[in-house]
Design a protein around this ligand. Structure first.
Ligand code: SAM
Length: 237
């Protein structure tokens, strides 16, 4: 399986280099509410959660405020260090979501915030859902949020206000339709003269590819694309 270079992930994204900046951008979304709604609809007790590719553990922190405790893993040590400081009550480990085995099961397994776009091949996607299955018990809910469909070549410039000051952000993306990969280069130019450069390569999955791998790992599909979540599935009772 492809080696994931955690150091290069951190080096090539301002949000990973500065986790406080990351959290600032992603505090507004309603994922935690959507996950709790799906759990209630499925009669899931939602007492424990495993977050695969948890980043700064922003979602785990939000769920913890609603009485759901659990664990998060991420391949980037700096993000896990940050998350441990911000969320001392949570179990947080540096690990690869394709292979990690924590030896426990959870009521919810989540993989959100486009984490799955960092996996580039179908065997890697299948390995992620095998990991989810290995941490599931009867009734466990799997919730996925990732970018879906076809990308496109594009070039944009936008002015945004950030906690680091006003910034002009130039983004150039190239779409590779043969591999469903979007390569993106981004430059942040802050008003104080600071410039930051990012680059990333993300896989856009189709619902069919996700559905196939989720079912092959033993889950039943429950819903697709109805909320901010891309996909939900359940470990059979
Ligand atoms: C866009 S961030 C999303 C983080 C978090 N899920 C959120 O919603 O804030 C993608 C995360 O996936 C992590 N990641 C990518 N590949 C991984 C792998 N193979 N194992 C564990 N984490 C991985 C990255 O380190 C990064 O923190």
């Amino acid at each position: 399986m492809r080696t994931i270079d955690a150091e290069s992930l951190t080096r090539n994204n301002l949000a990973y280099r500065e986790p406080a900046f990351y959290d600032e951008f992603l505090t507004e979304d309603s994922l935690a509410g959507d996950i709790r709604d799906v759990a209630a609809r499925e009669n899931n007790p939602a007492l424990s959660v495993l977050d695969l590719g948890c980043g700064t553990a922003r979602l785990l922190g939000e769920l913890f405020r609603h009485g759901i405790t659990g664990a998060g893993i991420d391949v980037q040590p700096d993000l896990i260090d940050w998350a441990r400081t911000e969320h001392p009550a949570l179990r947080l480990e540096v690990a690869d979501l394709r292979t990690v085995r924590l030896g426990s099961t959870f009521d919810l397994v989540v993989c959100v915030g486009n984490t799955l776009s960092y996996l580039h091949t179908e065997p890697e996607l299948a390995a992620a859902f095998t990991t989810a299955a290995a941490h599931s018990h009867p009734g466990t809910l799997l919730a996925v949020a990732t970018v879906i469909g076809a990308g496109r070549d594009c070039s944009t410039t936008s002015d945004i206000a950030t906690s680091l000051g006003p910034a002009t952000v130039d983004t150039v993306s190239e779409w590779n339709p043969a591999e469903s990969l979007l390569s993106t280069r981004r430059t942040w130019r802050f008003s104080n003269g600071r410039a930051e450069h990012d680059s990333m390569c993300r896989r856009f999955w189709s619902i069919d590819e996700i559905d196939r791998c989720v079912r092959a790992s033993g889950f039943d599909t429950t819903s697709t694309g109805t909320t901010e979540l891309t996909f939900c599935a359940k470990w059979p009772r």
